[in-house]
Design a protein around this ligand. Sequence first.
Ligand code: ADP
Ligand code: MG
Length: 169
Amino acid sequence: MAARRGALIVLEGVDRAGKSTQSRKLVEALCAAGHRAELLRFPERSTEIGKLLSSYLQKKSDVEDHSNFSLDWCKQPDVGLPKPDLVLFLQLQLADAAKRGAFGHERYENGAFQERALRCFHQLMKDTTLNWKMVDASKSIEAVHEDIRVLSEDAIRTATEKPLGELWK
Ligand code: ADP
Ligand code: MG
């Protein structure tokens, strides 16, 4: 029997949309259903580059940063990475995200930057080579989880029939 590949599922959304909560719950549910699911953080902060990013985000170090990087420029390091089979966008108004608690103290954890990030997400969603699915993240944790689980199970079923793609290539 030919080896069947798994699905790469990405959760995206602004700060406090529920990415960490939902990715943990999804992996738990998939494992309980007999899948070999694994949670990966990207970037992984324990790697060399991850450590640099982490220290920069925690404002422990400074690297060149200016406001005029284009979205296209920012995409370049990720070109050719394994292409996600499903990108779930956890949709939440910034005002609702604010109700879930105060901003952290890392770089970019502020309203102005989150608005810019949201605009960039909308730009990226126009890319029809990626399988974006919108999820209403304003619902209860359990309701959002159920939506995500159903979409994910579907992606896992269809991914086995398709070759793994390369991102933005
Ligand atoms: P992210 O990883 O996207 O920044 P988190 O999963 O860390 O978001 O969630 C941010 C906060 O919001 C946490 O305190 C979490 O418990 C809470 N939260 C997550 N999802 C929901 C939800 N659907 N409704 C209410 N609160 C939520
Ligand atoms: Mg998180």
